[in-house]
Design a protein around this ligand. Structure first.
Ligand code: ZN
Length: 285
């Protein structure tokens, strides 16, 4: 069933686990990820990123598929915008039927980010749409000038997170404490105490979100969930593993066969990979 993000994040925080938020930039990923959530029996957030829209399939094509599969799913599924930086992109997603939006204005100065997100929250909540914002800098990948040390300068300040959450009324806030997007050039080292401090400082109704979850070792992921993360974004390593799997399929048992059969095998691979991820996110619950 199609769901709003707020209730699933509240249940996750109360229960000591977290909800996976996974990019689904094509039909095989939509099918594999939702099937995984059904088999593990957990709610899930599937999302479409503005960068994937710019470089690949448009929300007008993949969005209705995401919504349709969400409605038919046996578990609650939130269909969410990932890093919507342009209002026009966010509106296109809402028109496609999305139930939740990450409105990412983290590139703007603090007060401008806050006032624009606040205005958007008032608009979105009137339509029953949940909102995530971002504070800090999470848009860069390690290896692109950032190291374990220099990334510390981008970490979210707990007092500022509290101020942002209280004044904007946002439902969830993506914060920075050691993760980055994409493939890690060196293994990340998370500041777990910072997650605890942010969680303690923010109003309870605003949930803590971790991006860049793929590529982080399992112990640090469990520690981040226990410290207060209730939404965890995950995609890059899944996308990369799926590419490698497709290479092996096409060189191996599907060489010379029809590609739609190989695609079905790919859906199974994505499902199995995602089941492992979602089982980890249950945090032993
Ligand atoms: Zn992200």
């Amino acid at each position: 069933m199609l769901a709003n993000m707020c209730q699933m994040l509240k249940d996750a925080e109360d229960g000591g686990y977290c909800i996976g938020c996974i990019n689904t930039p094509n039909l095989e990923t939509v099918r594999g990820v939702i099937a995984a959530a059904e088999e593990v029996n957990v709610p899930i957030i599937i999302d479409h990123a503005q960068v994937h829209d710019e470089g690949g399939i448009k929300v007008e094509v993949v969005g209705p598929l995401m919504v349709e599969y969400a409605k038919k799913a046996k578990v609650p599924v939130c269909v969410h915008v990932d890093h919507g930086a342009d209002f026009s992109f966010v509106l296109r997603c809402i028109r496609a039927g999305f139930s939740s939006v990450m409105y990412d204005l983290s590139r703007l100065p603090y007060e401008e980010n806050l006032s624009k997100v606040k205005e958007f929250v008032e608009f979105a909540h009137r339509m029953g749409i949940s909102v995530e914002a971002e504070l800090g800098i999470m848009t860069l990948a390690m290896g692109e000038g950032w190291t374990r040390e220099t990334i510390k300068t981008t970490f979210t300040d707990p007092a500022q997170a509290a101020d942002f959450a209280e004044r904007s009324g946002v439902d969830a806030l993506a914060v920075c404490f050691g993760t980055a997007h994409g493939i890690y050039a060196e293994s990340p080292e998370l500041d777990i105490q910072r997650v605890r401090d942010i969680r303690a400082a923010m109003p309870p109704s605003c949930r803590v979100v971790m991006h860049g979850g793929s590529g982080v070792d399992e112990d640090q992921i469990r520690a981040a969930i226990t410290a207060g993360v209730s939404k965890l974004n995950y995609y890059s390593y899944l996308g990369q593993a799926a590419t490698q799997n497709m290479i092996e399929l096409l060189k191996g048992e599907y060489a010379g066969k029809q590609w739609h059969d190989a695609q079905e095998a790919q859906v199974d691979f994505i499902k199995e990979y995602t089941k492992n991820v979602l089982t980890l996110f249950k945090n032993g619950k």
